[in-house]
Design a binder for this molecule. Structure first.
Ligand code: GAL
Length: 386
């Protein structure tokens, strides 16, 4: 509450002082009351306001993990555009997937007067110390798409239902191979993301909640036997790291078209799916007969691979929706209104249950990608087809 007063009280004082001044200079009915919200333009905004004068735009620090993966560029651009349009002063930084860089950038945002921080953590366990500074300064922190762990400083979390993302991936493999009605064995390998990204603790268990029973009864077999999350993690979610590991798995068990069978590779997102796909293509696998590859994010490269017959599915997480949800949270925080959330029970960050706004993921396949991505305005034809 003291934060809201800190933001609104000076504006109210300024308006009262201006009202008093105006009242002296003209009749009362010429000076309609102006209720200026932080960040909104008001009539007195044409007056040169020295720094730190009440009524300045609320400064929002936006910390994104990297520009190396397509989606985070979209997230950063969406947040910058939408927050700026609402009158906020945006400080957007990308941390090149380097944790010390992200920590330093957040420190700088705090030092530069950010009143709200929106953070997609590279490593959810790496921000406890720097966010203690935010906590001391009563800065509101929103965890963006990735939960930030082991700190009381996080006030809100906005993401998609990431366990459901994994369930969707597992169900797609189950149904594509008709596992409940087959004896098998079908052969599968697994890839998830960076071990520091708390989201893999939702994606991978989600997928395994569907597929583990088939591993247990022998309908599914992993030739490498690598089915534990630590064994199938991919540092930095990088396509190169996924490709290298898939090349090793191909060599380990001769997973080639003329060698031993491979029916599916469960990948937690598109960047890992792209690396796996490249390794399989290099080993001679053709689109016709290609193993079932799952993904997430509807990256342009992966959608093109879907159209070409290499990737079987992705999961659409509309980053525009996520950004819009977060902007509504930021506006509500700045204006002292109730912050929109729809989950208070599923996201414990090791210190407390974080009030969360979950958006819905959608399965994307050849059957619906045009409706989702082109008709929905997410990509233009030119962007998608090149
Ligand atoms: C996850 C995110 C996914 C995935 C990955 C790599 O945290 O939820 O969309 O793409 O990062 O950026």
């Amino acid at each position: 509450m003291n934060k809201i007063l800190k933001v609104l009280l000076p504006a109210v004082m300024l308006i009262l002082m201006l009202g008093a001044f105006t009242a002296c200079a003209c009749d009362e009915d010429d000076a309609p009351p102006v209720q200026q919200q932080p960040g909104q333009q008001g009539p007195q905004d044409n007056v040169e306001t020295p720094p730190n004068v009440p009524g300045e735009a609320v400064r929002v620090g936006v910390s994104m993990p990297t520009m190396d993966l397509q989606r985070w560029n979209q997230d950063g651009a969406n947040l910058n555009r939408l927050l700026s349009a609402r009158g906020f002063d945006v400080d957007l930084q990308f941390a090149a997937n380097d944790v010390p860089t992200q920590v330093a950038q957040i420190e700088n945002m705090i030092g530069a007067g950010a009143e709200i921080l929106v953070i997609a953590a590279i490593d959810g366990d790496s921000l406890t110390e720097v966010l203690a500074q935010a906590y001391e300064r009563d800065i509101t922190v929103i965890a963006y798409d990735r939960l930030i762990m082991n700190t009381p400083a996080v006030s809100y979390y906005a993401t998609f239902d990431n366990f459901l993302v994994g369930v969707m991936q597992g169900e797609f493999v189950r149904d594509a191979l008709d596992l409940p009605n087959q004896d098998g064995p079908f052969y599968i390998e697994f890839f998830t993301g960076d071990p520091g990204d708390n989201n893999i603790n939702f994606f991978f268990p989600g997928a395994m909640s569907i597929l583990q029973p088939f591993l247990d009864d022998g309908t599914l077999v992993s030739p490498s036997g690598q089915t534990a999350i630590a064994q199938v993690a991919t540092i930095a979610w990088s396509s190169e790291n996924a490709q290298t590991r898939m090349e090793n798995l191909i060599a380990l068990n001769n997973l080639t078209p003329g060698g031993n069978p491979l029916h599916a590779v469960m990948c937690s997102n598109d960047s890992t799916a792209q690396g796996v796909t490249q390794a399989l293509r290099n080993a001679g696998w053709e689109a016709d007969g290609f193993p079932i590859i799952t993904g997430q994010d509807c990256d342009i490269i992966s959608v093109r691979n879907m159209i070409a017959g290499y990737q079987a599915m992705s999961v659409f997480k509309d980053t525009r929706v996520l950004a819009e949800n977060v902007v509504e949270m930021v506006a509500a925080i700045a204006e002292g209104r109730e912050v929109p959330i729809n989950n208070t029970t599923d996201y414990n960050n090791g210190v407390l249950y974080i009030p969360t706004y979950l958006s819905d993921p959608i399965v994307a396949t050849l059957d619906n990608y045009r409706e989702l991505l082109i008709d929905g305005g997410y990509y233009t034809e030119a962007e998608l087809y090149g």
